[in-house]
Design a protein around this ligand. Sequence first.
Ligand code: PGU
Length: 408
Amino acid sequence: MLTRNEGFENLTAGYLFPEVAKRRREYQQVHPDAKIISLGIGNTTEPITPHIAKAMSDYIQKLTTKEGYSGYGDEQGLSALRKKIAEVLYKDMATEDEVFISDGAKCDIARIQTLFGRNSKIAVQDPAYPVYVDGSVIVGAAGKASPDGGYEGVTYLPCTAENDFFPDLSVIKPDTLIYFCSPNNPTGVASTREQLAKLVDYALKNGCIIIYDSAYYSFIRNASLPRTIYEIPGARKCAIEINSFSKLAGFTGIRLGWSVVPSELTYSDGVSVKQDWNRVMTTLFNGASNIAQQGGLAALDDEGIKETTALVNYYLDNAKLMQKTLTSSNFSGAGVKVYYTGDSPYLWVYFPGWKSWDIFDKILNECNVVTTPGSGFGPSGEGYVRFSCFGHRSDVEEACRRLQGLKL
Ligand code: PGU
């Protein structure tokens, strides 16, 4: 008999979002008439925009012809798309050969773990997108669960209202892999240039590598905030960036993302990280869908940028409506605190005296609205709930009406 990868034994809970979906299903079974609205998982709902859709459907037509058909492409992605991403999004900060096209950011976060193996030390923002920790547990780098609710091999970096959601970096040990997400999921906070400069400086001085997840960069509206880690001098020597078309262009189902691994980035022995990443992407991946890549190309030309900006603005307007409701007297009178700066799709909301899953249940029961419990993102998320703005406007408006009636 084969033994089980002990990483699975170490996992203390199921993945957060299926857990949320299960509670929703159970509620719906008991209340079949309830019209449940999701402000839970960050799943896009608006249609693919016309210019981007046309590029994909034109390409599908080409695939039906002998001349236009293509099978496997380069595993690292279409060179036209790698070039376009480098030119449009990174300008002189990254080159085409440093951009790798993928089937999405979550998948890249999983594959990245193969670079550093089970002996790597991990640090994560707390709260954080659960894949960083759960993925590390599965590959064995996070160790066993500790009694305080975390994992022995993970350094948690509390990001709370008290520290303005930017962590104390001094607790990170040398030679650690640091997962850092900005704009952050779930707090919604986008780190400033000064904060990111501190992070890069710390990584360079302590031999750390940053996995910088900027899947929500397109939601940044404050022009002074960096949209990529490579705006920070020195980042090319210590950071990998992971990114996605999911939230940028509504590609959550189409699946398309990219990573940037600069040529200067090396392991302690001087070997190039990019060289190994190229090996991982060519060996454990077979290239993103060629149809999706045509959509990605269209998303980054002038017309595409116009469309995606409008699409993201639509969701940001939803977030403003939710902010208005959650800061109204029904909530503020009960001491509820809303953290939202207008640069992300998530509102991070603190309900004093409540456990996250309890307030999640209460909102589901009384308003038939699904949220995401903050404790699912890490120990510092307890007492918080995350509201996502990726709904249709009419659903968001209806959810806001119902939330006004929540008995706090
Ligand atoms: N990175 C961050 C920070 C995310 O929040 C998400 C999605 C991804 C990556 C995934 O990007 P893809 O390119 O689509 O793979 N987070 C959503 C969806 C939940 C999930 O399991 O990915 C969320 O609600 O947090």
